[in-house]
Design a protein around this ligand. Sequence first.
Ligand code: SF4
Ligand code: SF4
Length: 137
Amino acid sequence: MPSDNIDPIALFECRQCGRCCNGYGGTYLDNRDIQRIAKFIDTDPAGFTDRFCKMSGQRLLLAQRKDGYCIFWDQLCTIHPVKPLMCRKWPFLESILVDPANWLIMADSCPGIKTEVDTEILKRFVRLMRSCNWYYP
Ligand code: SF4
Ligand code: SF4
């Protein structure tokens, strides 16, 4: 994980509660996500999208179970090493750079987000994460 002398734990520490894997607007996928997840679960992209995805307008997103959880949630993310970029970014979203108040709004739904943070350090870390493309190899 990039640091730039910033301790990420001072900003966020996942509690693995699964709230972010339930509901919301869905988890969108790009082509790289599709390739990586398909390989991880030992299938091909077409097989992966047929079984585990659905369309939302023109965009592909991960299917959800009837209880609202992502199809890959099972007490934890079962595709964690290759989870979609959208999931990898959380909670260090670019929207924080636009308005750091978004951090506190997100904290309402994510108990891992620390609310007593230095906004400038937070923004620096988001930029750092973006520059690393959120850990894509
Ligand atoms: S809602 Fe936050 S604390 Fe809970 S699993 Fe998601 S990222 Fe972790
Ligand atoms: S891919 Fe993993 S982290 Fe992303 S919503 Fe599904 S279970 Fe949660």
